[in-house]
Design a protein around this ligand. Structure first.
Ligand SMILES: *[C@@H]1O[C@H](CO)[C@@H](O)[C@H](O)[C@H]1NC(C)=O
Ligand SMILES: *[C@@H]1O[C@H](CO)[C@@H](O)[C@H](O)[C@H]1NC(C)=O
Ligand SMILES: *[C@@H]1O[C@H](CO)[C@@H](O)[C@H](O)[C@H]1NC(C)=O
Ligand SMILES: *[C@@H]1O[C@H](CO)[C@@H](O)[C@H](O)[C@H]1NC(C)=O
Ligand SMILES: *[C@@H]1O[C@H](CO)[C@@H](O)[C@H](O)[C@H]1NC(C)=O
Ligand SMILES: *[C@@H]1O[C@H](CO)[C@@H](O)[C@H](O)[C@H]1NC(C)=O
Length: 409
């Protein structure tokens, strides 16, 4: 009985969520949001009730989204006030890592991705394979989201910044509360706005993006905001592209700052969606034309991923483990990706050009595997797919799964 009730309610919630995206005007939004909030509460009650009966704890895990980028929630996320100390510390790290033209590369990291043999090791390895990209490591700032990620960062890298305010350990707490999790994701966007306000341009990269070539020569010279895509339409200016928030380059100016403020504030309009889905909704807004922001979409020929791989290894700059389900699958395919890259580099120059060598991945990351994949934790939390659909959008490009934060590796 309880099961039926909860399932129905949550379905309605998810449906309303998508309604709010399409009818994002005036009062209807307000009403929809109110209804959504009520239903949400009911859903959570059900979820919590169900959860209480479980012997195995369930947390929103690191691999929950394949773009694990989030910050600690503070009491007032919406006010976005940062302490002087926080800003001072950040600026210190940025200053030390910056290129001559005030550009930094930024990634975020949590415990599961920072663990030995996990995503961080592969990320750094990708840079180190060639001198050209190895040098870029001098400009990489790793923002650690918990203590373990921070200490692992310090052990491996020179530009680490800890976002561990208020003594909350992100790896242990705040995980099963979905709204907090969502806030953390949005904090990324807000924090990047602060970086822009400090006058720094940045490349934001998820740590599951492998860096094979220096991407800078392939960035559009005149763009304020340029972003990689899950699927590239062939038109760099086309709003029909499917952007992926896991890799973007932003130039610091009034337009980009205004845009980040708008993006962040749009989370209110598109309640419950994460940054990438909101971006997908606002990318064609008149506001963006009004502020004259030049937004460009990066070609997957250079900035590819498992959704749409860069076909020519003589041209690829980055490959993102998007369209991937689960940390183990991700690690499996990323390792093969690195092997393929090394194999390509070992070819004699003439053979490189003529080479028909192609990636052997995605394998375990393939979306096909999802249809057959039903790990025990998913079965247990029957509400999970519905709740996650509500909170994180039904993004077909990024499939989520519930997992313990600490992956058994
Ligand atoms: C947090 O928000 C409340 C009201 O929403 C406000 O009174 C308070 O000053 C805020 N705190 C900070 C640190 O911004
Ligand atoms: C500045 O960067 C260098 C390496 O580039 C590192 O050795 C040093 O610890 C950093 N200093 C600070 C204060 O982060
Ligand atoms: C923003 O615009 C103002 C004047 O309109 C200018 O003084 C300021 O330097 C600009 N800031 C940036 C970061 O471009
Ligand atoms: C983008 O907005 C313009 C102007 O409102 C509209 O003509 C166009 O069809 C929109 N494009 C898409 C892909 O929604
Ligand atoms: C791959 O890219 C290189 C360099 O741009 C080019 O010379 C070569 O023809 C391309 N190969 C294919 C199969 O398109
Ligand atoms: C990858 O897929 C293969 C075949 O489906 C499976 O046997 C293997 O356990 C998977 N490995 C990981 C790490 O998921």
């Amino acid at each position: 009985m309880l099961t039926d009730f909860c399932t129905t309610t949550t379905t309605a919630t998810a449906a309303i969520s998508s309604t709010s995206s399409s009818t994002a005007v005036g009062n209807s939004v307000l009403i929809v949001r109110r209804i959504a909030t009520v239903l949400l509460f009911v859903s959570f009650s059900c979820f919590v009730l169900y959860r209480a009966g479980e012997s195995i704890g369930f947390r929103i895990p690191a691999s929950f989204t394949s773009r694990a980028s989030f910050f600690l929630p503070t009491d007032n996320v919406s006010t976005a006030a940062y302490s002087d100390t926080e800003e001072y510390m950040l600026e210190k790290v940025l200053k030390n890592a910056t290129m001559e033209d005030k550009t930094v590369i930024i990634t975020t990291l949590n415990e599961a991705w920072a663990a030995p043999s996990s995503v961080l090791d592969l990320f750094l390895e990708s840079f180190r394979i060639r001198d050209q990209t190895r040098q870029l490591l001098n400009h990489l700032v790793i923002i650690a989201l918990d203590e373990k990620a921070f200490s692992r960062c310090l052990a491996l890298h020179s530009h680490c910044y800890a976002l561990v305010t208020q003594g909350v350990d992100l790896s242990k707490e705040a995980y099963f509360m979905f709204p907090d999790y969502l806030k953390m994701m949005w904090r990324t966007i807000d924090y990047l706005r602060v970086v822009l306000e400090m006058g720094y341009n940045f490349v934001f990269t998820d740590a599951d993006v492998m860096w094979f070539r220096d991407p800078f020569p392939h960035f559009y010279k005149d763009a304020d905001f340029q972003i990689a895509c899950d699927h590239f339409s062939g038109k760099p200016e086309g709003v029909g592209n499917r952007p992926n928030g896991g890799f973007n380059h932003v130039r610091s100016n009034n337009r980009s700052i205004e845009f980040y403020k708008y993006w962040y504030s749009s989370r209110e309009t598109y309640l419950g969606l994460h940054d990438q889905d909101v971006l997908n909704n606002i990318k064609n807004d008149s506001f963006i034309r009004d502020i004259d922001l030049k937004m460009r979409f990066l070609d997957t020929a250079y900035f590819g991923g498992f959704c749409e791989p860069s076909k020519n290894l003589s041209e690829v700059c980055t490959m993102h483990a998007n369209c991937c389900f689960g940390l183990e699958s991700k690690l499996h395919d990323l390792r093969i990706l690195l092997q393929d890259w090394r194999k390509f580099l070992s070819l004699p120059p003439a053979q490189k050009i003529s080479s028909a060598l192609s990636w052997r991945v995605p394998q375990n990351c393939s979306l096909d595997s999802l249809r057959h994949y039903a790990p025990p934790p998913v079965k247990k939390n029957f509400l999970f797919p519905l709740i996650s659909a509500f909170y994180f959008g039904n993004a077909d490009e990024e499939v989520k799964e519930p997992r313990m934060l600490k992956e058994p590796l």
